[in-house]
Design a protein around this ligand. Sequence first.
Ligand code: AMP
Length: 495
Amino acid sequence: MSSTTTFADLGLAQPLLRAIADSGYTQPTPIQAQAIPQVIRGGDVLAAAQTGTGKTAGFTLPILHRLLNMPATARKPGCPRVLVLTPTRELAAQVEESVRTYGQYTDVRSMVMFGGVNINPQITALRKPLDILVATPGRLLDHAGQKTVDLSGVEVLVLDEADRMLDMGFIRDIRKVLALLPKSRQNLLFSATFSDEIRGLATGLLRDPVEISVARRNTASELVDQGVVLTEQSHKRDLVSHIIRGRGWHQVLVFTRTKHGANRLAEKLVKDGLTAAAIHGNKSQSARTRALAGFKDGKIAVLVATDIAARGLDIDQLPQVVNFELPNVPEDYVHRIGRTGRAGSPGSALSLVDHSEIKLLTAIEKVIKRPIDRIQIPDWDPATMLRPATSGRGDEDRPEPSGQRRGERRDGRGGPSNAGGRDGQAGRNGRDGAKPQGGRGRSEARSATAGSSRPAAARSDTARPAHGRGDAPRTGQPRSGRAPQAALLGKPSSR
Ligand code: AMP
């Protein structure tokens, strides 16, 4: 398919082309250019594609097209013609939203169902005629058990993020669902990775599939500026707060390993004047949906998430990801940073790593086949730690901090230790507003490469010791003589 292929060239029906135009897409992405004609043709498809490649439209558009061209003789309540299975609630919601978006000029009816919410509204919704059902496996089986859904009319099955579904232990549920479907149907399997297990699933499921693959997004490591800050675990919350405020990051996804950790970090960030929310499995679905919506439309600057909660989140062109802790599984690192640098837009991923995580770091570097730059943060001073390499311009230095934008200037909060009032100095020459941190005895990182702190006369509110411990100033340690750090991660001094 040539690079000048248009959606019209792919043969999509007019109402879909109209919706696509409304979405502002001018050209199909590679996965769409390949998948759309195949799905329209009606054959099975095995597609290697990750989130961010445009895969959702790659299957929803041609499915909608097929439905338009094969009108149901009798649409039956609770009896979908298309079933899309996803690993997570969020992904299910996003896929169904895409169906609605692309199907807005059609009369195709869709519904999403997932667990963690009251089943009764879903039962009520299933009493209406239905074309496309997007579901997570567990709740779907609940409905099937209660006979509130009838899967005997499914003509097209999509397994989205199949590798994730297997990772999350859904294989038995998937097999149970498959047993409820008619034998003759079209099957589309989307997966980011192809383990033996996925291959096994595909072999049993697909008939003469067309295989489609687009550039693996494991090459995220090329799209995303990455850096590691070596620090102590107990310093991380202060440090991440300091960095986000110092940089004025307005849309950051921060990964923590635990739900509790996510809550505590979000609370700390809010206390520091940032708009932040945690999103994890213990949160109600409505709280998760609200947090995600707030994050997407800019009302929440920092979303703190666990891996599971973040899976499948579709957030356009996310500029920043922070790994508060490294994931235990190196591939999860790739997934995490894959949230940024999407659709060719630049992104950066910063990982805070303590000594106990060095092994994980090494494993990650093996997977991405390259070392990750170590970023030095002397004094945690943004003036030196995160200055872009290419410019010292104020816009890069201090974009409007989210807290300020919402009138939540920290200097107005009257916190006990915010004498620095750093944010109030936004107009000042670049980073000067960010006071050196060492004066309160803040000493970052005993890890050798984390950069030594220097005591400083001035302090900012970001310089509070994490727990009032007041680590001893590391007097006598030379300040890093290295060049100022690059854009997070632009070209920091590497190890
Ligand atoms: P997905 O891989 O399906 O999660 O899509 C990633 C993002 O790309 C979504 O936010 C889509 O809105 C966006 N997208 C999908 N198709 C296109 C396209 N043809 N041109 C530009 N953006 C697109």
